[in-house]
Design a protein around this ligand. Sequence first.
Ligand code: ADP
Ligand code: ZN
Length: 219
Amino acid sequence: MLNIILMGPPGAGKGTQAMKIIAKYQIPHISTGDMFREAIAEGTPMGKTAAGFINAGNLVPDDVTIALVRERLSKPDCAHGYLLDGFPRTIPQAEALDTLAKEIKRPITLVIDFECARPELIRRISGRRVCAVCGAPYHVDTLKPKVEGICDLCGGKLIQRKDDNVESLIVRLEAYESKTKPLLEFYKKRKLLVSVDGLKGVDVLFQELVPLLDRIGTK
Ligand code: ADP
Ligand code: ZN
């Protein structure tokens, strides 16, 4: 059963691998960042609450984030697995996820941690562009779309995220260090954690993930 979590600092390559994983394994991609950005674009009350935190690089409060994931995980498409990208990011979120996953009888089967050093994270985030429609990530130098400014996957327009600037990124990296990194120990203790080298090329890394996912998927 593929009930997976992708973890790692912003820019480590989670979103890029997520797009490849969902295409091959046909499981829903649950990206809390994408869900928040959709809520902001729609102007919902939750989106309005989240926007201030996100643009400054801070985490959205746990109660808001957990409620969002609770609703998403209870949808029928998660009954055959799911890929969490960007959640959990704090210990209380990980504890809440345990309960939610039990409720839908889909306990976490694998946590993939993307390791990537700070200078590379900064380089990637400052050149990052994302599809305004499907969220697919690109980079101005190293991951260009076939047609400039246009998403390969859906034809959507590529934009730069509001929080992809150096000031917000410094705050995001600090939040990662202090709040999210402790989760590695949390999942290591449960023998669910696998670390991969986020510096590797997109395709090389995906080829490493496939056997791992195949093995977990058939269990
Ligand atoms: P990145 O991994 O590049 O930082 P995401 O798209 O995953 O980007 O998240 C963007 C922002 O959305 C985060 O900086 C944070 O403000 C908010 N966010 C996303 N997921 C969570 C979460 N699980 N808990 C709290 N805030 C979150
Ligand atoms: Zn797209």
